[in-house]
Design a protein around this ligand. Structure first.
Ligand code: WTA
Length: 646
């Protein structure tokens, strides 16, 4: 199946914005004349002051720096709202479906503009000015997009913390960037269950002295405590706020947002994106990858708490004047037809989701799909993790009735938007391959020593030169930015992913090769889960690795060594699971906890993760050389006591 090739359908080759020859020609120009190419692409935005400079970047240590369009000025909210008003004021910008099937909200560009301006004034009235950080801890409601846009209007930097993160994780992210104001909701709702967002925030704020004000959206009407002088209701503040708020002229390199993401070491880092390059990238990739046409109903089923939600629910589509669907709920509630019923309800043309959701729905049987119509669908997309050929085939054959191309988009929080992806009118598709680099993206495969590998091969995926959507720094720690991404292979951006390139030059991402695991399309640092586990009073040591999981892609496998004289038990296993949920959030819940009297270590005390990974995978026939271990018997014990898989 993985050898199958789906040629570009004839009608796509003739009608799409970019065909095969167009791709080749533009790609070549983007590399040979980046200044010319990007000056042209940047015209898709409205600039308050035009730029004269385009690409000023270097990945080399001596003159390291990344700047795009640096002397230009623009405003993101003006690009996403104001400039559409004359032609598209009455077009629906956000089409929102609540958790419980019911009445959708249709918010036009005009209404969105007015509310964003009001909220921007509320922020100003509550002390937020240009450059200040505002944390958003919100459910998937239109107010989340409004809050993002309101920040950009006044030049404040937003930092969204996914609503599934715990009070602890939230506190760490607020403290790291010293936010002065937080926007939240009373509660979130997912498959009918309330999530106490304001309650979690109250808990977090006990440790966040920088926060002066909290704006609370009323979503469920659930009981919350409002702290006098600190907390205000969004709907009350809105009543008196003026809808007149001029957009701030921001430098192209002024910070736009921070988004925390997991790496292989330490605590999550604040990925910083800036204004001009990011928006050019978001707009261009949304336009070409999805072959977006005015009037399309476009749905990216990601949460705004992740980068996919930033770029492809909010900024890309709104910059392009699209109608973007926001969905508060989950794919399998009230039943596994929900996605496809929504496709029919809204007449969705372009649908973009993560493989984990598709695999979960695939298990429920075709009937939940085939009983819906879906004839509005034209194009399907996949993001966040490798899509296995079986899931690709099901998506194509059952969901898309064999009609719709699938764009498998590889990218990262750090890259701002899609990097390697088919273009539907240009690229032959291979199930499981993200295929070819987008404009300006120069991928390369290298071996662990950094030697460049040519032709059909497999290696570490690096990008050799900058693209406009690239992150600019780690918030508060520029050295960490350089060390993390540019020192493994000096002069190149290291993605942390491995990839294969076939004889046609198509890329197949094989997954993370660092200590990051991808659980249901969400990045989790093994170090974070380990430090949560060892924070428990009964735990002496912990080592966490990924394991194959049929729905999540990867699951979390934790080896835990208890303190001396602490007996292991089922209760303790549950307690540790709960503990991790509380420390980080439900997405970090271990799938397997194995109590381990000892961990395999080298004589110098380094944990040999390679062996732990093999045991977690059940691949005990090929453990490799264990003779360098301080105590090889440890491994036998781990193999014997391997718990039953869930
Ligand atoms: C993985 C999500 C294979 C990859 C946009 C990357 C993928 C990490 C794909 C980034 C894909 C993302 N095929 N793997 N199409 N898309 N990944 O930062 O390992 O949450 O490094 O960004 O997800 O995850 P992040």
């Amino acid at each position: 199946m993985s050898q199958a090739i789906h040629r570009v359908p004839a009608e796509w080759a003739t009608s799409a914005k970019i065909d095969a020859a167009g791709y080749a020609e533009r790609y070549e120009r983007s590399i040979s004349d980046p200044d010319g190419f990007w000056a042209e692409e940047a015209k898709r935005l409205d600039w308050i002051e035009p730029f004269a400079r385009v690409k000023e970047t270097s990945f080399a240590e001596a003159d390291f720096g990344i700047k795009w369009f640096a002397d230009g000025k623009l405003n993101v909210s003006a690009n996403c709202l104001d400039r559409h008003l004359a032609e598209r004021g009455d077009t629906v910008a956000i089409l929102w479906e609540p958790d419980t099937p019911g009445e959708a909200r249709r918010i036009t560009y005009r209404d969105l503009h007015a509310e964003v301006c009001r909220l921007a004034n509320i922020l100003k009235d509550n002390g937020v000015s240009r450059g200040d950080r505002v944390t958003l801890y919100m459910p998937m409601i239109p107010e989340a997009a409004m809050a993002m846009l309101a920040c950009t209007r006044i030049g404040a930097i937003h930092s969204i913390v996914f609503g599934g993160f715990s009070a602890d994780a939230l506190a760490g992210r607020i403290q790291d960037c010293d936010s002065t104001l937080v926007i939240t909701a009373d509660e979130g709702l997912r498959s009918g269950k309330a999530i106490p967002l304001k309650g979690n925030l109250d808990e977090a704020l006990k440790r966040c002295p920088s926060v002066q004000k909290v704006v609370v959206v009323r979503r469920t009407g659930g009981a919350v405590t409002m702290q006098e002088g600190r907390d205000l209701w969004y709907h009350e503040a809105l009543e008196t706020a003026s809808a007149d708020c001029a957009p701030e002229a921001m430098g192209a390199e002024d910070p736009l947002f921070i988004l925390y993401t997991s790496g292989s070491t330490g605590q999550p880092k604040g990925v910083l994106h800036t204004t001009g390059g990011y928006l050019v990238w978001a707009s261009m990739t949304h336009d070409y990858v999805f072959d977006y046409r005015p009037g399309d109903i476009y749905w990216c089923a990601a949460d705004v708490g992740w980068v996919t939600g930033h770029t492809y629910v909010v900024y890309g589509p709104l910059a392009n004047g699209a109608t973007t669907v926001m969905f508060e709920g989950v794919p399998n509630w009230p039943d596994p037809s929900r996605f496809w019923e929504l496709v029919d309800k809204f007449g969705v043309n372009i649908f973009y989701a993560a493989p984990t959701a598709l695999r979960a729905l695939m298990r429920e049987g075709d009937d939940y799909v085939t009983r819906t119509d879906r004839s509005s669908l034209r194009l399907l997309g996949s993001v966040g993790e490798p899509i296995n050929p079986e899931a690709w085939d099901w998506y194509h054959r059952v969901v898309g009735d064999g009609r719709c191309p699938i764009v498998d988009t590889w990218w990262q929080t750090e890259t701002g938007g899609a990097m390697i992806s088919p273009l539907p009118g240009a690229t032959d598709l291979k199930p499981g391959s993200a295929t070819k680099p987008l404009f300006g993206v120069q991928p390369q495969l290298v071996d662990t020593e950094g030697k460049v590998l040519d032709g059909a091969t497999e290696g570490c995926l690096v990008i050799t030169d900058s693209w406009p959507g690239q992150m600019r720094t780690v918030w508060g720690d520029h050295d960490r930015f350089f060390q993390t991404y540019f020192t493994t292979f000096p002069g190149k951006y290291f993605t942390g992913d491995g990839a294969r390139r076939d004889a046609d030059g198509d890329y197949w991402i094989t997954g993370r090769i660092d200590d990051v695991i991808n659980v249901s399309g969400h990045r989790m640092g093994t170090a974070e889960v380990e430090s949560a586990l060892v924070a428990h009073a009964k735990v002496a040591e912990a080592a966490v690795v990924g394991m194959p999981h049929p729905v999540k892609g990867q699951g979390i496998y934790a080896y835990v060594t208890l303190n001396a004289n602490v007996p292991d038990s089922e209760e303790l296993r549950k307690e540790l699971s709960q503990w991790v949920r509380r420390e980080i959030g439900p997405i970090a819940t271990p799938d397997v906890i194995q109590f381990a009297p000892g961990l395999p270590k080298t004589r110098s005390g380094k944990i040999m993760r390679r062996i732990l990974r093999k045991i977690a995978e059940g691949d005990i026939g090929s453990l490799g050389d264990t003779s360098t271990l301080a105590d090889p018997a440890v491994v036998d014990n781990l193999i014997e006591n391997r718990p039953m898989m869930p």
